[in-house]
Design a protein around this ligand. Structure first.
Ligand SMILES: [Zn+2]
Ligand SMILES: [Zn+2]
Length: 161
């Protein structure tokens, strides 16, 4: 599926081809909450890094999040989290360990995305107490992250494009 995206101020426009465009995973971890400025969700999609086209690249910056886990020293994430340095909108994540993949933030995508048939509420060990986490049928609760990858979830639902 072809996806078009942009930042809030419009300085950055981008597009890519995505084989896993269903925004099914709501991540409530503190990295997504703080860097996305949201009450818990950074939703990532799966796309082909070689198809990523960017206009306004000079306005794009990135950072490496700090991962804090109980009993472990804080460590720097290997992922490059890209954002617009003029307005701060999160744009996409890229990780050199999986260089063929790019993960745009669903919130930055302007193309209408398909609604997922079920949703994983992930990172609940780190959820803020004020977040009203959706529950009930179609919402699976996970303390950290599911073992199933983005691709595997899409394949299991026969939704890989
Ligand atoms: Zn911007
Ligand atoms: Zn997260």
């Amino acid at each position: 599926m072809h996806l078009d995206g942009s930042c809030q101020c419009g300085a950055v426009q981008f597009s890519l081809e995505s084989d896993s465009p269903y925004p099914y995973m709501h991540c409530h971890c503190s990295i997504c909450r703080k860097t996305g400025g949201s009450g818990g969700y950074g939703i990532n999609l799966g796309g082909d890094a070689h198809t990523l086209r960017v206009a306004g690249q000079q306005h794009v910056a990135h950072f490496h999040a700090v991962i804090r886990e109980p009993g472990q020293r804080p460590k720097r994430s290997k992922g490059y989290r890209h954002f617009c340095k003029l307005c701060g909108s999160p744009l996409w994540m890229w990780d050199p360990r999986w260089p063929d993949l790019v993960h745009p933030y669903a919130g930055a995508i302007d193309t209408p995305l398909p609604r997922p048939p079920d949703v994983v509420e992930a990172g609940l060990d780190y959820v803020a107490p004020w977040v009203d986490v959706p529950r009930g049928k179609g919402h699976r609760h996970v303390g950290t992250w599911p073992h199933e990858s983005l691709r595997e979830w899409h394949a299991r639902h026969d939704l890989l494009k």
